[in-house]
Ligand binder design. Structure first.
Ligand SMILES: *[C@@H]1O[C@H](CO)[C@@H](O)[C@H](O)[C@H]1NC(C)=O
Ligand SMILES: *[C@@H]1O[C@H](CO)[C@@H](O)[C@H](O)[C@H]1NC(C)=O
Ligand SMILES: *[C@@H]1O[C@H](CO)[C@@H](O)[C@H](O)[C@H]1NC(C)=O
Ligand SMILES: *[C@@H]1O[C@H](CO)[C@@H](O)[C@H](O)[C@H]1NC(C)=O
Ligand SMILES: *[C@@H]1O[C@H](CO)[C@@H](O)[C@H](O)[C@H]1NC(C)=O
Ligand SMILES: *[C@@H]1O[C@H](CO)[C@@H](O)[C@H](O)[C@H]1NC(C)=O
Ligand SMILES: *[C@@H]1O[C@H](CO)[C@@H](O)[C@H](O)[C@H]1NC(C)=O
Ligand SMILES: *[C@@H]1O[C@H](CO)[C@@H](O)[C@H](O)[C@H]1NC(C)=O
Ligand SMILES: *[C@@H]1O[C@H](CO)[C@@H](O)[C@H](O)[C@H]1NC(C)=O
Ligand SMILES: *[C@@H]1O[C@H](CO)[C@@H](O)[C@H](O)[C@H]1NC(C)=O
Ligand SMILES: *[C@@H]1O[C@H](CO)[C@@H](O)[C@H](O)[C@H]1NC(C)=O
Ligand SMILES: *[C@@H]1O[C@H](CO)[C@@H](O)[C@H](O)[C@H]1NC(C)=O
Ligand SMILES: [Cu+2]
Length: 814
């Protein structure tokens, strides 16, 4: 039944405030203007809609237009480019490709195509000196299944557009391994899934007795079976995996990861022939059985004490669940049914204070400008962030997202997700206007190309300005009060990678600060409660909140007044010293110590205890008029910045070297564009990109520097994580802020500043500096979200390319 909106009560916001006539002349500045990610090992597409007119919420069409100074050369491939690349690859007979729609695990097929981020050395001459536009190249990840040793590999295709000059070449230059070849030990995951159900069927009587459910692989199963990620290789040529039982929710709430059942088995899935696969052992209540027979024997002998069942209930659902449906006097949230304060655009479309070039995903707000790009692996990225006409950051974006679990059971112990493998692009679903972003936000689409299908997530990026709810500046005394509004601009996207929802914000402030925020919500991946008090809290009947670390690695290619930069360490420390005026007496005090991290041998860093060191990217050749080098500081904001607790992970081996420290500084290189690679997860001992190889003693003294930093949280879920983790505490952020960069605080150049002069006889003068105030009437119906405009995905199958017959494919994500 459709929800009718009864909220359309008109509130008359009469003239909020008009400018008070000033008695003194105005002053102002006249000129300043996760779950186990059940996604398939083969990337698949999630989908709903095919075609038709689009009427989303938001003002994409009506934000003031601006022409980007140059075209967005970082944009993902267009659907037509992807189709051409796919057709071109199919023409390469040596690749022996099968159309993705028809391909099985024993065929070769295209997993995904995307753009090759152009080399910085080719981009800067184009954008700064209007020299030749860099060639555009595509990359394609291929599934090579027609062999007994299946692998995945990536190629570079171009230049684009496809012509007789186009070639398929190697992408090995961006690896540290020397090759993009990555052995695929999970090529037959459909069969291993079938094998698991066969194993389970052989003990169905025991499963029914212990777990009160069935797992047969059919649609009416109560139980699901899955386990560790990545798979284990006790010796280089063998593959083993632990799996466990999870209860499948019967309601709409996909809280399967809250219902682990506590029975585990281990499989040997070495090789591609299922007849060679076997069960290695079973685990129940911390007792290991080395064969199915010994497990059965124990059960038949009545030796198995039963664990508490972990069952579905209202506790899984995220709906409102107050003590009474009509909030009464004894409610603990009196008034929560009333509409809360809401953000409104004060002057309608005319009031929009930023400009967008929608085609180029180029944005200007106040003194900032930047380009937005979107990748299948890592989601949203920003390029060429300029402030007051000068580049501050060349590239800013997520590199990898690690969620490393621990536990006394082998499945939690064996779980260490590298989420770019699943991808942030495929799960960057439409944002909900009025909830994820204000209804007045500008919404943009994102697109990715996997399995020869181009999928568009409408409204998956939003842009908006809002009041931060606290001032950016204030001061008062007995003669005046001065205040400046803290209005900031945010670019947001959110990806639901399996059980978890990650929200990514890039926020720009009037003082020149850029903040990067990541927040987590959604369902935790939990453990069955048995003997695991050392690995988390007992949070529900039969349930432990399995502890884990989230480490989200970001790249910030900071450029301060050019690419010749240094990394400064300004540390405050206690000292005991004498002064000419201290009569030879020692004084206990502190001093500022200035130095540089001048070499990659010393550039794996931690945030110092008690925050006593400031780290800055500065340009030694650009001193301000007081002799201080101009720079931007990098500093944790929410959370404290972090790195992984687990060292030398038994699961990830060489694939988490970006998570050992809180931040890293390297010399920028075209051959080191990414800290990780989406295919690392296939074989984490032999990653395509091993971040530790970036550190080879190079100078960081007036070089082009890249800062890689980690956000995240040590997550030990407690009862407040049920049913979902909440963004308020599960968040981390980094600020990149001016440091001796300008000669004063740039927020003084915002007119949203007021000064009120007063004395004992009242207000004497009001200075508003030419600021407009919200005026007129607003029909609040205009800010009530149009829930029925929510669309989902738009898929177009690209090969064989037939836009008249779009291919729809729907797959649930956990
Ligand atoms: C977003 O995608 C929808 C659906 O394909 C399309 O109708 C709309 O024009 C796109 N919007 C933008 C801003 O590209
Ligand atoms: C593929 O090969 C056919 C036959 O040689 C040619 O006509 C066609 O243009 C090629 N297509 C692409 C995309 O290279
Ligand atoms: C091409 O792939 C098919 C499977 O799609 C396989 O049967 C065949 O052997 C392969 N051909 C070559 C030359 O590798
Ligand atoms: C980028 O730079 C690397 C290293 O010089 C080079 O091997 C590669 O071909 C370049 N990529 C493109 C698309 O030009
Ligand atoms: C699962 O069992 C069925 C029925 O015995 C058998 O046909 C099938 O080959 C088995 N699958 C695997 C992967 O072992
Ligand atoms: C077992 O499941 C059935 C329904 O599938 C249910 O009626 C019964 O109460 C369950 N038993 C326990 C002990 O949970
Ligand atoms: C797994 O199976 C392979 C091939 O049959 C065998 O060589 C290996 O020893 C087995 N490993 C384990 C741990 O059982
Ligand atoms: C399995 O366990 C039984 C009983 O503990 C033991 O006798 C047997 O040797 C074990 N088998 C293997 C292959 O380890
Ligand atoms: C809550 O309110 C209801 C209805 O007024 C009342 O019956 C109940 O006793 C109250 N409960 C508490 C804990 O105050
Ligand atoms: C920063 O400088 C202080 C004071 O000289 C020094 O103790 C500290 O080790 C330096 N930090 C790093 C990361 O080099
Ligand atoms: C407010 O806007 C809604 C939707 O456009 C409209 O139906 C309603 O009549 C408006 N109310 C007033 C008082 O104008
Ligand atoms: C695709 O989805 C649309 C909308 O749900 C539906 O009308 C259409 O029949 C579907 N097409 C295919 C090929 O499934
Ligand atoms: Cu978590």
């Amino acid at each position: 039944m459709r929800l009718t909106l009864k909220l359309a009560v008109l509130l008359t916001a009469s003239l909020l405030l008009s400018e008070v006539s000033a008695k003194v002349p105005r002053v102002g500045h006249p000129g300043s203007k996760q779950a186990k990610n059940l996604a398939s090992k083969r990337p698949t597409t999630t989908a709903a809609q095919a075609s038709g007119s689009f009427t989303g919420a938001g003002w994409s069409a009506s934000a003031p237009q601006v022409s980007a100074p140059y075209e967005n050369i970082w944009q993902e491939l267009t659907n037509d480019e992807a189709a051409a690349v796919i057709a071109f690859l199919h023409n390469q007979t040596h690749l022996n490709l099968t159309a993705a729609a028809d391909a099985g695990s024993w065929d070769n097929s295209i997993m995904r195509v995307g753009v090759v981020t152009p080399n910085k050395t080719d981009v800067l001459p184009f954008v700064d000196d209007t020299q030749r536009k860099p060639d555009r190249w595509a990359r394609a990840a291929m599934w090579v299944g027609a062999t007994t040793e299946p692998y995945v590999i990536e190629y570079q295709i171009g230049p684009l557009p496809i012509s007789s000059d186009s070639v398929v070449t190697s992408l090995d230059w961006l690896t540290t391994k020397g090759t993009t070849y990555q052995r695929n030990y999970d090529a037959d995951e459909d069969l291993t899934g079938e094998f698991m159900y066969n194993v389970s069927a052989s003990v169905q009587d025991i499963v029914t007795d212990l777990l009160n459910g069935t797992a047969s692989g059919s649609d009416d199963d109560d139980l699901d079976i899955w386990g560790i990620d990545p798979l284990w290789h006790p010796t280089p040529d063998t593959t083993v995996q632990w799996v466990t039982y999870w209860r499948i929710p019967s309601s709409i709430f996909d809280g399967e990861t809250l219902m682990p059942q506590g029975l585990f088995f281990e499989l040997n899935t070495t090789g591609r022939d299922p007849s060679g696969w076997s069960v290695i052992g079973w685990l129940y209540r911390d007792v290991y059985y080395n064969s199915t027979e010994s497990f059965r024997a124990a059960w038949e002998a009545g030796k198995l004490e039963k664990s508490a069942l972990n069952l579905e209930g209202p506790w899984i659902g995220s709906d409102y669940r107050g003590p009474t449906t009509k909030v009464g006097a004894n409610s603990t949230m009196w008034g929560s049914e009333k509409a809360p304060p809401v953000m409104v655009p004060p002057s309608g479309e005319d009031g929009i204070r930023y400009k967008v070039d929608v085609d180029n995903k180029y944005v200007e707000w106040m003194d900032f400008s930047f380009y937005i790009a979107f990748r299948r692996d890592s989601g949203m990225r920003l390029f060429d962030i300029k402030y007051r006409g000068e580049r501050i950051i060349y590239e800013l974006g997520l590199e990898e997202a690690l969620a490393h679990y621990a536990g006394n059971d082998p499945v939690q112990s064996g779980t260490a997700y590298l989420d770019t493998y699943y991808g942030f692009g495929p799960y960057a679903f439409e944002l909900l206007a009025g909830y994820d972003c204000p209804t007045y936000a500008t919404f943009l689409n994102s697109t990715f190309h996997a399995e020869e299908v181009s999928t568009t997530h409408p409204n998956s990026i939003c842009l908006f300005e809002n009041d931060q709810g606290y001032l950016i500046q204030r001061h008062s005394d007995d003669a005046y009060v001065a205040s400046t509004k803290n209005i900031a601009f945010t670019v947001r996207s959110a990806s639901t990678v399996g059980n978890y929802d990650y929200n990514f914000d890039y926020t720009f402030y009037l003082d020149g600060t850029i903040e990067i925020v990541v927040r987590a919500s959604g369902y935790i991946q939990s453990a069955h409660y048995y003997g695991n008090d050392d690995y988390g809290y007992h949070i529900h009947s039969g349930l432990s909140g399995s502890m884990h670390d989230h480490v989200l690695t970001f790249k910030a290619d900071i450029d301060i007044l050019g690419t010749s930069n240094s990394f400064a360490n300004h540390t405050i420390a206690p000292v005991t010293t004498t002064y000419p005026w201290s009569y030879g007496m020692e004084r206990n005090t502190m001093k500022l110590f200035r130095s540089y991290i001048d070499n990659e041998d010393n550039s794996k860093l931690f945030w110092p205890q008690n925050a006593h060191s400031m780290f800055m990217v500065v340009n030694k050749d650009h001193l301000n008029e007081f002799g201080e080098p101009r720079g931007y500081r990098i500093m944790p904001s929410k959370g404290s910045g972090m790195h992984a607790t687990i060292q030398n992970s038994s699961n990830l081996i060489n694939s988490m070297n970006f998570a050992t420290h809180a931040l890293y500084v390297t010399k920028q290189k075209d051959t080191e564009p990414c800290a990780s690679n989406a295919n690392n997860d296939y074989d984490p001992a032999n990653p395509v990109v091993d971040f530790s190889a970036f550190f080879n003693g190079e100078s960081l003294d007036q070089e082009d520097l890249v800062v890689w930093f980690n956000l995240g949280m040590h997550h030990v879920p407690h009862t407040g994580d049920l049913p979902n983790t909440v963004f308020t505490t599960a968040q981390g952020s980094m600020q990149i802020m001016p440091h001796n960069y300008l000669l004063h605080d740039p927020s003084r150049d915002s007119r949203q500043t007021v000064r009120i002069d007063y004395n004992n006889s009242g207000v004497q003068a009001v200075h508003t500096f030419g600021a407009d105030f919200s005026m007129g009437l607003i029909n609040l119906t205009s800010v009530v979200p149009d829930f029925w405009a929510y669309r989902g995905d738009v898929d177009v199958r690209k090969f064989p390319y037939d836009p008249q017959h779009p291919y729809n494919d729907t797959e649930s994500i956990v």
